[in-house]
Design a protein around this ligand. Structure first.
Ligand code: NDP
Ligand code: HSE
Length: 435
């Protein structure tokens, strides 16, 4: 006999509404895959009478989210409301009530995930969060299952759709930042607080999760070095282009001999690399593993249906689990007593190649002076260009790229450059990734 899985939703916006649509449209196919029926029985929202992207006639709408997590009929709670306070309390209460949890909320998992994982393990319920990282890309499943036989060496990704949408439109269409951000918001890609997208916080949440799944370490959002895209200008994009690079906002988690690098920042990527050609709201995650080698996962990073695709996949896992009664895949992909609190490397220990850009007085000897600063610190310059200033302006834009070196040396060079009388304003630094 077909079993019925009853679902309660916390939130019915872009993600919750998209999930209802996919579940309704694909219900026959989902039953064929699971041998069971999945039915949404209730959803909690703030504003009962607001317009919705899905049909709400088939289930109860409530403005009391506690009624969802306390409802004894509900087997699975999908948390798609966002935030780390009320969402945390509701998820913990649902777990205490024995409900399986599916969430799209990367902030919740990255910031409070260690507590939630512990509670879910103790209650023997499933906690699934495929939708929390890279929208429709099944990267959680790939790391926890597909690549489970590997040692993961590094994971480098474009993991914020809004940020990539903005950088792509600035580069390709020379559009201004604010206009493109407004468009990404209207399309439902941006976070409730869009500064999470622009300042790199959302990508840092996702990188925290990817690092845990890759290396079997606890969730340490507070240890991720984070820079956003707010300071990237059209001139940076054009100068990078002249050197043969595109600027992408990357999350990088790398297992080294001295610890784990966890960093999120704008990065120059060689134009020939696949990641340089991931545009618009698309995301991509590039995984380097010892046995499989390099794997690239590519797909939509945000939006109602791609995110719903991941949530529904998690629901199907829950349905299959209910049939077997076994939770075979540990929540973070490693046995819970084998999670290892690896050392996270500080910025002072980073090493990379670097792109620097500055404004300097257009007079003889400036380039020589700049070069001598780098030579004195044993940093090799790979290429340097100076843009002729427009008529009547006596400062020129100088851009250079260094060879692979210690970040500490480059920061020292920047200090010396900024103290030169010929250099005006701050020197811009963007890291370069050669893979
Ligand atoms: P929305 O703002 O579109 O939806 C949030 C929903 O939660 C709304 O239905 C809202 O109700 C409801 N809600 C919020 N607070 C409460 C509350 N206190 N009580 C009851 N209901 C509440 O957000 P998204 O769907 O875009 O995002 C939801 C989550 O999914 C976030 O964690 C986000 O980071 C994540 N996510 C989003 C993606 C996307 O592409 N948008 C992709 C992947 C993950 P009401 O509608 O009445 O305001
Ligand atoms: N705001 C997020 C993004 C949503 O733009 O990537 C998907 O997680």
């Amino acid at each position: 006999m077909t079993e019925l899985i009853k679902v309660g939703l916390l939130g019915l916006g872009t993600v919750g509404g998209g999930t209802v649509n996919v579940l309704q449209r694909n219900s026959a196919e989902i039953s064929r895959r699971t041998g069971q029926s999945i039915q949404v029985v209730a959803a909690a929202v703030r504003e009962i009478n607001a317009d919705r992207i899905c049909d709400t006639n088939l289930f109860e709408l409530t403005d009391d989210p506690v009624s969802i997590v306390d409802n004894p009929e509900i087997d699975v709670v999908i948390e798609s409301m966002g935030g780390t306070e009320l969402a945390f309390d509701l998820v913990m209460r649902a777990i205490a009530n024995g409900k399986h949890i599916i969430t799209a909320n990367k902030a919740l998992i990255a910031v409070r995930g260690n507590e939630i994982v512990k509670a879910a393990v103790e209650a023997n319920v499933m906690l699934a969060f495929e939708a929390a990282v890279a929208g429709g890309i099944s990267v959680v499943k790939v790391l926890r299952e597909g690549l489970a036989g590997n040692q993961i060496k590094s994971i480098v990704g474009i993991i914020n759709g809004t940020g990539n949408y903005i950088l792509t439109a600035m580069g390709d269409e020379q559009r201004d930042f604010a206009g493109v951000l407004a468009e990404a918001q209207a399309l439902g890609y941006a976070e409730a607080d869009p500064s999470f997208d622009v300042d790199g916080v959302d990508a840092a949440h996702k990188l925290t999760i990817l690092a845990s799944l890759s290396f079997g370490m606890p969730l340490h959002f507070e240890r991720v070095y984070t820079e956003g895209i707010g300071e990237i200008t059209l001139t940076d994009i054009q100068m990078a282009d002249e050197f043969g690079y595109r600027i992408k906002h990357l999350g990088i988690a790398r297992h080294t001999e001295t610890g784990v690098e966890l960093r999120v920042h704008p990065t120059l990527v060689p134009k020939t690399h696949l990641l340089a050609n991931v545009n618009g709201v698309m995301n991509a995650v590039y995984i380097d593993a010892d046995a499989a080698g390099s794997t690239l996962l590519y797909g939509a990073g945000a939006g109602a249906e791609p995110t719903a695709s991941s949530i529904v996949a998690d629901l199907i896992d829950v349905a299959r689990h209910k049939q077997s009664g076994l939770i075979n895949v540990p929540i973070l992909g490693f046995q819970n007593d084998q999670i290892d609190d690896l050392q996270v490397i500080a910025q002072s220990e980073f090493a990379s190649a670097y792109f620097l850009r500055m404004e300097a007085t257009d007079q003889p000897g400036v380039l020589a002076e700049i070069s001598s600063i780098f030579a004195g610190l044993d940093v090799s310059i790979e290429a340097i260009t100076q843009k002729e200033p427009p008529a009547g302006v006596n400062t020129a834009a100088i851009s250079l790229i260094t060879q692979f070196t210690d970040e500490a040396k480059v920061l020292k060079a920047i200090g010396k450059l900024e103290s030169l009388s010929q250099v005006s304003g701050a020197v811009k630094l963007i890291r370069i990734e050669h893979f």
